[in-house]
Design a protein around this ligand. Structure first.
Ligand SMILES: [Fe+2]
Length: 328
């Protein structure tokens, strides 16, 4: 071990030094203390002996890619201690050159406070959130066999519109916000679970009273979500639930203030609700429903253009119509 490398072993974090083939050259006392391995037990072995098999393959792929390009890499490993217990740690691996030789310096931070759980990456967290919200939305609207396709299309169109909008507005929206809105968009009509079927699927025109009952669905939806967020008082879902609530409550508001339930105007309507309101109407009109035939696409686009500034945010209509035309 050259003197230059031995300085790294003096750090108070757990440190492992390997050669460029990931063969362990040394570890420091902190590493020994956390993992239970003694230097003489693992020096000379491949670093792979520490693996638990629980770190996602993707993590190793990213690590190899960065290290091959001579870049430092940080990520989360789930390794095993000498006694076979799992060890969750955040590691930064830095490639260095000393005296013409290449080495990797791995500095670990123990994630002790989640050591009894499972580390969930942001991508996986988003997938779990999306799946739970999808199941929830479907179970609330199970009476309509067509609803799954509608909800899926609304979600896809929301994703496309948000990305187009962001491109047109120099990435004004964060990736996290976009993903939360996409995940939450599927929830927009959960309040319909509280509306009697006879009214919900009535062919033909609704009476004044029936329309009033339908128009309670945004507030019924908020009520359902309030109960869920009370039970699921968890950071994992807080942002998704807040955005879901906003979409559920405001997706029937109109730009000119003539919508329901609060008659909000313009940008008083949360942006995520403006987006879902537009794609929801587009998909409803282009689809066949119990009470109406599907409209031809051009007729729907003309209708949306006509509703610029009355029902919808004009800027969103322009971007959406251009996007649909471009896709044909
Ligand atoms: Fe609705």
């Amino acid at each position: 071990m050259t003197t230059g490398l031995s300085y790294f072993l003096m750090l108070s974090d757990a440190v492992i030094i390997t050669d460029k083939n990931h063969r362990i050259m040394d570890i420091n006392p902190s590493y020994e203390e956390i993992t239970g391995y003694r230097r003489e037990m693992i020096i000379g072995h491949q670093a792979g002996i520490l693996k638990s098999g629980l770190t996602p393959k993707n993590t190793y792929d990213q690590m190899k890619k960065e290290l091959t390009n001579n870049q430092a890499w940080s990520g989360v490993f789930i390794n095993r201690k000498q006694n076979k217990d799992l060890w969750h740690s955040n590691i930064t691996i830095t490639p260095i050159e000393l005296d013409g030789e290449s080495y990797y310096i791995g500095i670990f931070r123990d994630l002790g406070d989640i050591s009894e759980g499972i580390y969930v990456s942001e991508t996986r967290k988003s997938k779990i959130q999306n799946e739970i919200l999808r199941v929830l939305a479907l179970s609330c609207e199970i009476r309509d066999p067509e609803i799954e396709n509608h909800l899926f299309r609304v979600q896809q169109l929301t994703a496309s519109l948000l990305r187009e909008y962001n491109e047109a507005h120099h990435s004004k929206l964060s990736d996290d916000y976009i993903q939360h809105v996409i995940n939450a968009s599927i929830m927009h009509d959960i309040g319909k679970s509280g509306i009697p079927e006879g009214i919900l699927y009535k062919p033909g025109k609704l009476t004044f009273y029936e329309r009033n009952i339908i128009e309670t669905h945004p507030l019924i939806g908020v009520d359902i979500l309030n109960k869920i967020s009370h039970e699921l008082n968890d950071d994992l879902f807080r942002q998704e639930l807040d955005i879901s609530k906003s979409i559920v409550e405001f997706h029937h508001e109109k730009w000119d203030g003539s919508g329901y339930p609060h008659r909000l105007k313009g940008n008083e309507i949360p942006f995520e609700a403006q987006v879902v309101s537009l794609v929801d109407v587009y998909d409803a009109l282009t689809s066949r429903r119990a009470y109406k035939e599907a409209w031809p696409e051009e007729k729907v686009l003309d209708y949306l253009i006509e509703q610029k500034g009355s029902s919808f945010n004009p800027d969103l209509v322009d971007i959406f119509v251009a996007m649909i035309r471009k896709s044909k």
